[in-house]
Design a protein around this ligand. Structure first.
Ligand SMILES: Cc1cc2nc3c(=O)[nH]c(=O)nc-3n(C[C@H](O)[C@H](O)[C@H](O)COP(=O)(O)O)c2cc1C
Length: 205
């Protein structure tokens, strides 16, 4: 288990992180996974709706089925755990009472609830779910950094058959699956960062 003193800071985690696709076959202690996801759940989202949900797949038989749905990418076979990140806007909007800030009074809560629901009224279910998946990508970023900070390596994946993953894990029909994340102790180095220079992507205006 990691203690707060041996966690990497954000910059070090970002510099050190690479996609890793081969792992030691060691199970991840539950408290480590919980420690990582406990950071991830702090990610921000629009209206604070927090539409992200996680399924942790460790059982070998289920993981093999998940690998088949992910075009047999080697990291799914190799990792001791794969975190399936999905978003569920139906659940998020049906349970706004859980996410609207308790610091608000009853009138403010009712108004906020109405504002949020109204903003989705004009959207099709498809648009609403795409919006939820975009929010869930914020949690994905947190997850990759938090795992690295806790001493674990990851491989984020968008290469999978989302409908097959949903069927396999009995996810709700409306759910979107932005990513699978293979996680464990890496046994390869991965590729050095190859990124745009800051001047190429940011400018003062
Ligand atoms: C949302 C997302 C989806 C990705 N999907 C895959 C994938 O399906 N298979 C794969 O091998 N790598 C996948 N990658 C890894 C990228 O190729 C990798 O992050 C990128 O090349 C940068 O390299 P690095 O992660 O080692 O820094 C994905 C990365 C992200 C963020």
């Amino acid at each position: 288990m990691s203690t707060t003193t041996d966690l990497l800071n954000v910059r070090d985690a970002a510099v050190q992180r690479r996609s890793i696709r081969a792992f030691e076959p060691l199970p991840i202690p539950r408290e480590d996974l919980d420690g990582i996801l406990d950071v991830v759940r702090l990610a921000p989202s629009a209206f604070n709706v927090q539409p992200w949900r996680f399924v942790i797949v460790e059982a070998p038989e289920l993981k093999a089925q998940l690998a088949a749905a992910a075009f047999n990418q080697r990291q799914v076979h190799s990792a001791p755990a794969v975190i399936v990140l999905y978003s569920d806007m139906q659940d998020a909007l049906a349970t706004l009472d859980e996410t609207i800030h308790p610091g608000m009074n009853a009138v403010q809560r009712a108004t906020t609830r109405q504002t949020i629901l109204r903003s989705f009224q004009a959207q099709s279910p498809d648009e609403r779910e795409a919006w939820g998946a975009a929010q869930a990508h914020i949690a994905l970023g947190y997850l990759l950094l938090a795992a690295e900070a806790h001493g674990y390596q990851t491989s984020p994946m968008a290469g999978f058959d989302a409908e097959a993953v949903k069927r396999l894990l009995n996810l709700p029909e409306n759910a979107r699956v932005p990513a699978l994340v293979a996680i464990g102790r890496g046994t390869e180095e991965g590729f050095p960062h190859h990124r745009h220079a800051l001047e190429r992507i940011a400018r003062a205006a």
